[in-house]
Design a protein around this ligand. Structure first.
Ligand code: GLU
Length: 286
């Protein structure tokens, strides 16, 4: 059983973080009471509050029995353990695409692992460890709809994505495709719209879309046009460099020990999603 070896370096990094926070670099304490950094809270209290999605099969899902499953959930558990927090010390809280930065800033969560792409805009409000995985954006359509073969075919079509995500922006702004955008509160709402004919397509990360497609076999199909790189980071309070370093060490260990591959296989294998097993290059902690 793992013993949270990264916790042993936590004291040293906590001292560094205290210096940072006295300069006002750390925006919140992640619900950690008096703790100066998330890693310090983990070490001292043995608890962490972690934001995940509750409705994304294969990534972050609250099961009917109240348990949590998915790759983000498993990575969260691995990182927590490396930081000295046992599974029963983790409280999972639902975060949506729209509230992730706010939940971190307000200290409602210590960390976020919720298909959360590292972007410059988000880095103005929060810091990221990782990435721990690189997904790609794709499109989901109703089964048998062969009119949409690529992202260009979305021109003039109705397209759903979750507000607060960057998926829709990638299509309508970055690629300047004139799709009619319908923003929903979550991707599961988008799936209902797609199923009922309210929209022509849903766009977001292939990891998410593959999970939904597998959940309702024969209803949907992935287009397979991968058009952006989504580097999944571990969101944390801005300036919490000590936590970022500890999280990056945990992610490296997860890949080196082969645990990443095991978790990718158990979560994405059933959806026939072709995952990559390479450790993504870490972002510098800032
Ligand atoms: N990874 C993308 C993002 O962070 C889309 C998925 C999501 O909204 O969670 O915006």
């Amino acid at each position: 059983m793992r013993v949270g070896r990264i916790a042993t370096v936590a004291s040293a990094v906590a001292a560094m973080t205290m210096a940072l926070s006295s300069c006002g670099l750390i925006g919140g304490n992640g619900g950690g009471g008096e703790a100066e950094s998330v890693v310090q809270k983990a070490e001292e209290q043995g608890t962490l509050t972690i934001g995940i999605k509750f409705d994304q099969p294969g990534l972050g899902l609250r099961e009917p029995d109240g348990s949590y499953t998915g790759f983000d959930v498993d990575v969260a558990r691995f990182i927590a353990q490396e930081l000295g927090v046992p599974e029963d010390g983790i409280e999972f809280v639902e975060t949506t695409s729209q509230n992730r930065e706010t939940f971190i800033e307000q200290g409602q969560v210590d960390l976020v692992l919720a298909s959360y792409s590292i972007t410059e805009e988000r880095q103005e409000r929060v810091s990221f460890g990782g990435p721990y995985y690189v997904a790609q954006q794709d499109i989901l359509v109703r089964d048998g709809d062969d009119e949409i073969q690529s992202v260009e075919d979305l021109e003039g079509r109705t397209l759903c994505s979750a507000s607060g995500s960057r998926s829709a922006f990638n299509v309508t702004e970055t690629l300047a495709i004139d799709a009619q955008l319908r923003e929903a509160g979550s991707y599961s709402e988008c799936l209902e719209l797609l199923s009922g004919g309210g929209v022509d397509a849903v766009t977001t990360d292939d990891t998410i879309l593959a999970g939904y497609a597998a959940q309702q076999p024969g209803e949907f199909q992935l287009v397979g046009d991968k058009f952006s790189e989504e580097r999944y980071g571990v969101g944390m309070p801005k300036g919490d460099t000590a936590t970022c370093e500890a999280v990056n060490a945990a992610i490296a260990a997860m890949y080196e020990e082969g645990e990443a591959e095991t978790l990718l296989d158990s979560n994405f294998g059933p959806a026939n999603y072709e995952y990559t097993t390479e450790l993504p290059e870490a972002e510098p902690c800032a």
